[in-house]
Design a protein around this ligand. Structure first.
Ligand SMILES: NC(=O)c1ccc[n+]([C@@H]2O[C@H](COP(=O)([O-])OP(=O)(O)OC[C@H]3O[C@@H](n4cnc5c(N)ncnc54)[C@H](OP(=O)(O)O)[C@@H]3O)[C@@H](O)[C@H]2O)c1
Length: 299
């Protein structure tokens, strides 16, 4: 039996659906079962209510589990609020999952992380992601870490954030001049990678996989592609990272769901790319092209 944390999230819900389609019954740790029941195929999954910050709920969730797919993280596009802190959710939450797993005899954890994790400044978003990976590597459990570039697909948080911005503003800020590179990867391809990792524990054990789609795009090119697909024209204004950082801090202070957060700015501090052949080389299939997807499905 597989336990999925973060099952109601973007990657989690697609993974749960795929497992269900293949006749695999999974257990899902969810914070709000009513909401989860609207998102997940409840006839094919077992829901356990809980939070990774709550040890008792985790004990119930891990009972009889072989493998955990750990995707319960606070992503950079969410602002911190009371009870929701990057460090708590991402570092303490992961430590709690690992502790409960070890006590219950779980063999393996597959962690869904992101590109570019590094031992950054203490308390920073990136440091939290780095520590979440290190804790798993040092746990003594069997582990695999998957680090995708930004995701596309229906409702993808990255693309939705940009299309919302295009719809609502006459000017699109090109953070850092729009030069940061991305390698968008289709959500279903990320799920296929997770499935292959689950199917082949021996080959994928104790490995970190960086994955991305078949093409690189600068942030400016991503915006152009979205504008073209949406048949919209907007002014693209180069915006220095420092200036956007100040804007993000102000928006975080006043808006419940700011369009950009200080943590999300970190994603513009490095190129979010890996080898273009990463998926074919490691998992033997061709990932979907972002341009082809937009042509066929729209944004
Ligand atoms: N989406 C992308 O473009 C992308 C790209 C690269 C890497 N990733 C990585 O992939 C992983 C999953 O991302 P995602 O896009 O699926 O994230 P998401 O849509 O924001 O989902 C996060 C999930 O974690 C759950 N969660 C958060 N805090 C929790 C806690 N304390 N206890 C239990 N559950 C908790 C959320 O539950 P609720 O529904 O209750 O809030 C939700 O199910 C993350 O590590 C992310 O950084 C994502």
């Amino acid at each position: 039996m597989i336990l999925i944390t973060g099952a109601t999230g973007y990657i989690g819900r697609h993974l749960v659906s795929r497992l269900a389609e293949q006749g695999e019954r999974s257990r899902c740790l969810v914070r709000d079962p009513k909401r989860a029941a609207q998102i997940l195929p409840t006839d094919k999954v077992e829901l356990v209510q809980g939070d990774t910050l709550n040890a008792t709920a985790l004990q119930t969730a891990v009972h009889g589990i072989d493998t955990i797919v750990h995707a319960a993280f606070m992503t950079a596009d969410r602002k911190e609020s009371v009870g929701n802190h990057y460090e708590n959710t991402n570092v303490r939450g992961t430590e709690n999952v690992i502790k409960a797993a070890k006590e219950a005899g779980v063999k393996r954890i597959v962690e869904i992380s992101g590109l570019g994790t590094r031992a950054d400044k203490p308390g920073s978003y990136m440091q939290g992601r780095y520590l979440a990976e290190q804790t798993l590597k040092d746990s003594g459990l069997d582990w695999t870490i998957i680090q995708p570039s930004v995701l596309f697909g229906k409702g993808s948080p990255f693309i939705k954030g940009l299309t919302d911005l295009i719809r609502s503003a006459p000017v699109v800020p090109l953070i850092g001049g729009g030069k940061t590179m991305f390698q968008p990867i289709y959500v279903e391809d990320v799920v296929s990678v997770i499935m292959k990792v689950l199917e082949d524990p021996t080959r994928t054990s104790r490995k970190t996989y960086t994955i991305g789609g078949p093409e690189y795009y600068s942030f400016s090119q991503v915006i152009d592609l979205l504008l073209g697909t949406m048949h919209k024209t907007r002014i693209k204004a180069p915006a220095p990272t420092l200036l956007v950082g100040v804007g993000a801090a102000v928006m975080e202070a006043v808006l419940p769901k700011p369009p950009i957060t200080k943590a999300a700015m970190t994603l513009f501090s490095f190129d979010n790319i890996t080898d273009k052949q990463s998926i074919e080389r490691d998992f033997g299939f061709k990932p979907v092209s972002f341009t082809d997807y937009l042509r066929q499905h729209g944004v």
